[in-house]
Design a protein around this ligand. Sequence first.
Ligand code: GLC
Length: 736
Amino acid sequence: MRIKQLLLIVAMTSATFAMAQNNDVDQRVEDLLSQMTLEEKIGQMNQLSGGYQYTEMIKAGQVGSVLNIVDPVEINAIQRAAVEQSRLGIPLLVSRDVIHGFRTIFPIPIGLAATFDPALVEQGARVAAIEATASGVRWTFSPMLDVARDPRWGRVAEGSGEDPYLDVQMGVAMVKGYQGDNYADPTSMAACIKHFVGYGAAEGGRDYNTTMISERALRNTYFPAFKACVDAGALTLMTSFNDVDGIPSTGNNWLLRDILREEWGFDGMVVTDWNSSGEMIAHGFAEDLKDATKISINAGVDMDMMSWGYIQHVKALVEEGKISMDTIDNAVRNILKLKFRLGLFENPYVDESLARKVAYAPEHLAAAKQTAIESAILLQNNNSTLPLTKGSTILVTGPMADAPYDQLGTWAFDGEEQYTVTPLKALGAHFNVINAPTLTYSRDKSTASFKAAQKAAKKADAIVVFVGEEAILSGEAHSLSDINLQGAQSELIAAMKATGKPVVVVVIAGRPLTIERDMQNCDAMLYSFHPGTMGGEALADLIAGVAVPSGKTPMTFLRDAGQAPFYYNHPMTGRPNNGTETLLYDIPLKAGQTSLGCTSYYLDTGYGPHLPFGYGLSYTTFEYSNVKIDKAVYGAEDTIVIEYDLTNSGKYDATEVAQIYVRDLVGSVVRPVKELKGFERITLKAGETKHCRYELNVSELAYWNRDMEYVVEPGKFQLWVAGDSASGTALDFEVR
Ligand code: GLC
């Protein structure tokens, strides 16, 4: 039999099998739903944070899901209460924020994005699922898909940065990693794509703040990763705290029904964020909790996280005819379907000895280390200061050199600092280390110990200063108006520079900080978004040249917080900066009103950011040459064949993230000056040249246009292939 026929039969069989499985689940859902009382249906819609304390409510069928318990003994105990002591024995959904690892902590998500390595990120999510499900957690509130363009916002730490395309790649990778291929496998953990929608556009970068996002901006920037993850089979979605143009997402039926269900065909389950239903009262969008509950359920929210509104008010709302039984039944169907899909009815319990067996498995730690290596970004390397010579004497100082708790970063509840390998612990494997403790935490303002460190530096060949942010300075509700290094960290770097020794600065932080001034006071700078459990070994290997940096900036690095929001893929203004602007201290006295250049820039910081999106150096150098595309004119159905030669022109084997950018020169609405449309990691030996080929479908240039149609508009385009968003030479082409 021909291979093709065989493959077709296999494909049809598996599709048929999946369909049969779905029909089986649907049938089981209907059978169970038909036996349920209204109170039991409402109980399934209620999610509470805790375990033992809700045992009696669980037995009474008043709880459908719990979060924030991770002890397998407690999880089994309350699961037995649900399965063996409630009337219908419906198992609980046990959930947790497993955001970048469970016990083995990986780099924070913005660090995962910096790897530009979806396959590695998927592997990390799989490790997280194996460790978390071993404790009994079968649902995580991850990935966070919020595009963010303001580093003052503390939650940039949890997302994939400013670019919708990178957001898609990272979100889909995590969904696949968490859920695996078989949802009923005990290691499958339901993903939860969040926060739908627009949370990262909080005004002023102030968490929870209002957003004003047009439908076109939603569709072109904030929706793509959610849609891609729905298509990739994400099993759940979480609504966001914020309002979009005056309507809180938790009460927005255009979002939750018209877009999510009707247009995208999402068949998973929708949960609120923590009390985001009740918070519509504070928003001034609901009179009271009963009103908020009515709004949420009618908007399409299936499960209520911790407002207690559903369990308290739904019965009365149904009896008053303000919520229909159909609406209740559809919400409960989504919840029961998830429980059947995860196999919870067949396997509700967990082996209580498993969790400790799988935690920190060598292969988990190895994956975390590799991810931390690939997430580190080399921002500066004057005179090839890095890598330092193995066996040389280095002075190590700074508040992040030996910070096992803070190195794990935000949203790392179940990471255990005693397993963290810090840089100070790891550097001894490669160097003779002089440890000179100075600042003891990132906000420390005491400079008293600087002189001793300067004295100690006399014996060292080089100095490595570890600065950055304690974990608490990013994450939820941790926005900053000043994103310079806090405390006396900049002074520490300057004091080390004053010794005249080569100074390497390693920043370990939760966001892109404004570190331009600090870069002027050091020879080399390595940037590591809280790298997790194995961050120390990863950084030590990079500093010693055992590994070579390949990370790229997933967000633009600003010169000053006052430039926020700033992102590479911005629309062009009618008066773009043209480099002729007069800066603050060059302005003559009594300057005339229009004498400084009437274009878009800041008098003090000029126009551009400190470092562009997609930027990152290596210990080697990469040259792009012979970049070409196969045609000058393409049709809407064509494929653009991009070819280029990439040469590793330095002396280290290394990996480059080659990026493909496109610009639509004229649209029915103003268009971004550049958009990432593809990237690939290419590993080359020193001196090696590789002929590379990348195919980009013209259909991938589509966007939501003036008439709110998703189309590729004919016209002139430009394309770049480069190592960051600010480099490369434009190639012109046309779509007809
Ligand atoms: C938090 C966060 C959300 C998280 C949830 C449960 O407030 O906004 O991301 O998943 O509550 O912890």
